[in-house]
Design a protein around this ligand. Structure first.
Ligand SMILES: [Zn+2]
Length: 190
């Protein structure tokens, strides 16, 4: 049986990356002041669909690109670092772009059968997984933007926007324009 390509292909590319100095000039703070949250679906790699170069953005990916407690803590962590570099003032530190997409595998959470089996597998409460489902990405992304804006750990200097990526056209459409926690009442536009 042929061994699957897996990491070997990627490691070959890494050698080229290193040899050609692809890592040079990269900085620990995102140069576009952008923090992208998106799905782990291989079709939704923000480096490709947003044309991001190395060190231009912070990126967190999980199932569905959902804003959960862990993601909120990650944004808060970057906010704290950014504040250290840029104390005082009220100019924005960075923008968080939450991106959900159509045809998302996270729609599986709407199936009772899937949810029960998965909850059993990971030792979680089945009912807590219900709201992980992404059926209408425009709706879930608006929910997640509101969740992030409402989080006490996120300072108002962090702007938050919501977008939907269409895997069939390659286009990202803005659903909730950038705003901060003081703009809770922004209604999602479709
Ligand atoms: Zn997805």
């Amino acid at each position: 049986m042929t061994k699957p390509a897996s990491i070997d292909v990627a490691l070959e590319r890494n050698r080229v990356f290193a040899e050609t100095g692809g890592y040079e000039g990269a900085t620990p703070l995102a140069t576009l002041r952008l923090f992208v949250i998106t799905c782990l679906d291989p079709r939704t790699d923000p480096a490709h669909l947003l044309g991001l170069d190395l060190s231009e953005a912070f990126v967190v990916r999980n199932v569905g690109g959902r804003v959960n407690a862990e993601v909120i803590n990650d944004v808060a962590f970057v906010a704290q670092i950014a504040e250290n570099f840029n104390p005082g003032g009220d100019e924005p530190l960075f923008e968080v772009a939450v991106i959900h997409h159509n045809q998302c595998g996270a729609m599986a959470f709407s199936s009772d059968e899937f949810r029960t089996a998965y909850a059993d597998r990971i030792g979680a409460d089945e009912s807590s997984l219900r709201d992980h489902a992404v059926l209408d990405p425009a709706v879930t992304v608006a929910t997640d933007v509101a969740r992030l804006r409402a989080a006490p750990a996120i300072p108002s200097r962090v702007l938050i926007s919501g977008h939907v990526y269409d895997v069939t056209t390659g286009l990202v459409k803005t659903v909730v324009p950038a705003g901060s926690q003081t703009e809770q009442l922004v209604k999602p536009s479709r």
